[in-house]
Design a protein around this ligand. Structure first.
Ligand code: PLP
Length: 350
């Protein structure tokens, strides 16, 4: 009997594959494990998608360039529409960038601990993945020790820590590198600064997602910002129709509804302050977060049993364990009520 997996590239067979956070079906669960927005998407965005569904337009292919979305996004971010790449979630954008820049046998580098998908993308490409530890105060080491990577990913704000490095540090890194730098800004809307201005440099690409700050994790929409010359190359690599018509229309309308965006953002930032204030009173060490989650660790006892006990009580947070760095709980900022429940249960457990 022939084993069907013998046809698979050895590199793929050897991979363990990316493990996404659990997506429980049960509606009673307080879900604080994958950094979704606890508030619904903009009504303006939902209505724009309903209008598409009710028209006959879904029988036609969507605009492969995403022209209307790009014009709206370009205005919002103050960049050239030709400098915007559209993606089926920002993970799709990260895949397109990896396929564009990284040859088989090449090298992908990222600080650690960080987003685990970068390693998976390198694995699929048949490239080496190398990490550079953050400094103890969560900065990038200078000088940067791996300047010759085919692609360098820096998540900023970082996951799972929620910490940020300064724009000046990112600019230094971009100038030091001999290859492209992807600044993954999945959480930048929750932060005080962003690096869009650095996309003027020839080797900087900033990526964004509508999953978190615009409540569209289920719709799938992300974008990349870079020089128009680079974006032209990315369009050769992406699937022609990687973004469907509903997500293109919904994403455009969501960006237009900045009033609603700011209202939900303010609420999330207030709840995040509450978590930063109250988790330490329960014995957790919490890093200052500029994202929509906090990273909570403790010195007095292991956190894995706390994670399991919370799960038994229908509160899902993300337990993460990095070999060279240790373990902790990454807790998404939910509604104020959800965080109240979390804190009450933690008091009982501890
Ligand atoms: C959530 C996340 C993404 C991916 O977001 P999608 O647009 O939902 O694919 C990318 N990078 C980081 C660091 C993230 O946490």
């Amino acid at each position: 009997m022939i084993n069907p997996t013998q046809y698979v590239r050895p590199i793929i067979r050897a991979m363990s594959g990316y493990t996404p956070g659990e997506q429980p079906r049960d509606a009673d669960i307080i879900k604080l494990n994958t950094n979704e927005n606890p508030y619904p998407p903009s009504l303006h965005a939902l209505e724009s998608m309903v209008r598409i569904v009710q028209s006959e337009r879904l029988k036609k292919y969507p605009d492969p360039l995403g022209t209307e979305f790009r014009e709206t996004a370009a205005k919002l971010y103050g960049v050239d529409p030709d400098g915007i790449l559209i993606g089926n979630g920002s993970d799709d954008v990260l895949t397109i960038l990896t396929r564009t820049f990284v040859p088989e046998g090449g090298t992908v580098v990222s600080p650690t601990p960080s987003y685990l998908l970068y390693k998976t993308l390198a694995d699929i490409q048949g490239a080496k993945f190398e990490t550079v530890p953050f400094t103890p105060d969560w900065e990038l080491p200078t000088p940067w020790p791996k300047r010759d990577a085919h692609l360098t990913f820096v998540a900023n704000p970082n996951s799972p820590t929620g910490t940020v490095v300064s724009l000046a540090a990112l600019e230094c890194l971009a100038r030091e590198l001999n290859g492209p730098l992807v600044i993954d800004e999945a959480y930048a809307d929750f932060a005080a600064t962003n690096a869009i201005a650095l996309t003027k440099l020839p080797n900087v690409i900033v990526t964004r997602t509508l999953s978190k700050s615009y409540s569209f994790a289920g719709l799938r929409f992300g974008l990349g910002i870079a020089s128009p010359e680079l974006v032209r190359e990315f369009y050769k690599v992406k699937d022609s129709y990687n973004c469907d018509m509903l997500s293109l229309v919904g994403a455009k309308a969501a960006l237009e509804d900045q009033k609603y965006f700011r209202e939900t953002l303010e609420r999330i930032l207030r709840t995040r302050s509450r978590m930063q204030r109250e988790l330490p009173t329960l014995g957790f060490d919490v890093l200052p977060s500029q994202a929509n989650f906090v990273w909570a660790t403790r010195k007095d006892r292991p956190v894995k049993p706390i994670f399991e006990e919370l799960k038994r009580r229908n509160i899902f947070v993300r337990y993460m364990n990095y070999p060279e760095f240790g373990d902790g709980l990454r807790i998404s900022v939910g509604t104020d009520w959800e965080i109240g429940q979390l804190l009450d249960e933690l008091k009982k457990i501890i």
